[in-house]
Design a protein around this ligand. Structure first.
Ligand SMILES: [Zn+2]
Length: 75
């Protein structure tokens, strides 16, 4: 999965060329399973590890974003 750093894919919306990038700058930009709990009637959402780092592909033509989370955070 990580063999090429400049992989391009084709946009599923407009067939434009998509460029690989990432979402960074905020520690909450990871994917994880969530568990909804209700304590004394108050709903809370908990994130269950492991968390995955998000890779995003952006279409240079229409701006469509496609996201993948192939790697576990911290690995
Ligand atoms: Zn597009």
């Amino acid at each position: 999965m990580d063999t090429e750093t400049n992989t391009t894919t084709v946009c599923p919306k407009c067939s434009g060329q998509m460029e690989r990038g990432g979402l960074r700058g905020d520690s909450s930009l990871v994917w994880g399973r969530i568990k909804e709990t209700s304590i004394f009637g108050v709903k809370a959402v908990q994130m269950i590890p492991p968390a995955y780092v998000i890779d995003a592909y952006r279409c240079g033509n229409c701006g469509y974003l496609e996201m993948y989370a192939p790697r576990e955070q911290g690995k």
